[in-house]
Ligand binder design. Sequence first.
Ligand SMILES: Nc1ncnc2c1ncn2[C@@H]1O[C@H](COP(=O)(O)OP(=O)(O)OP(=O)(O)O)[C@@H](O)[C@H]1O
Ligand SMILES: [Mg+2]
Length: 316
Amino acid sequence: MDQPIRMKSNGQITVSLNSQKRKSLTKELPVPQVVPKVIPPEHSALKEIEDELGALVGMEEMKRMIKEIYAWIFVNKKREELGLKARKQALHMMFKGNPGTGKTTVARLIGKLFLKMNVLSKGHLIEAERADLVGEYIGHTAQKTRDLIKKAQGGILFIDEAYSLGRGGEKDFGKEAIDTLVKHMEDKQHEFILILAGYSREMDYFLTLNPGLHSRFPLVIDFPNYTIEQLMEIASRMLDEREYSLSHEAEKKLKDHLIWVKAVLSPNSFSNGRYVRNIIEKSIRAQAMRLLLQNSFDKHELMTLRSNDLIFEEDS
Ligand SMILES: Nc1ncnc2c1ncn2[C@@H]1O[C@H](COP(=O)(O)OP(=O)(O)OP(=O)(O)O)[C@@H](O)[C@H]1O
Ligand SMILES: [Mg+2]
């Protein structure tokens, strides 16, 4: 595959997250002309989008995908102006990944970005989980689900841990919720974007429950676990944003701890970015207590987390 996004004749889009393959294939292809890398000035919205995406560590394919959607929408407008066919595409998505890999963060951002890109008229995010969709008697679920879809008009309906809708089998009202979602995502496909999120294995199983489900999600995106370097970079950005930094010793201690914890915890139970955020927030509180007891409040001290301040999850 030589494109991260490839449109099939049935309108489905496949996103390739394997940049390695892309590189080797690109090399073999003759490059007809050099495409300028700098975005032309009239695309200020794209520039803003790039800046927002730039705040997230990694996720290169996701960033590329969003920019390609921008380009595709822009080009479609140009095509329309010249009387060419410009088909709309549904942009429903499925996010698969372990805890803390950024699924909720990206869904929120996509709402904002798609508003800027005029894909959505409001860009708001309605977050829901099983209990918000599933009712207590026949017909109740369809009503609750329809109400949520209505609220999400012009924005994104984000269903976290969506696989839990399929958990109870045929008799469970979760099935009614899935059926209602499937119906509306077809009928109202250009009025809202549905994002189903959940852990990879559970989502794969969920897709097998309703034969029509897979083809209705043109964009299936994997959120891989972060590497140690990426986790350290996430930590550094979170600290920067809060105007803190780690002492050299603290940095080493954090890195060693992350190497250890990633080795001992199963991928399903290590919560990636959230794990890092929790460490930072606890350590900031520990530093505050230390400074209070030491009665030392100079600017450098106020900004520095030392190795003794680092509080790891199992300590708490
Ligand atoms: N690529 C990233 N760059 C910077 N921060 C990140 C990144 N990914 C995740 N984080 C941070 O990690 C935390 C957890 O992310 P988020 O809640 O989006 O994960 P999630 O995949 O939705 O987790 P869960 O599946 O458990 O709901 C957030 O504070 C987020 O800001
Ligand atoms: Mg989440």
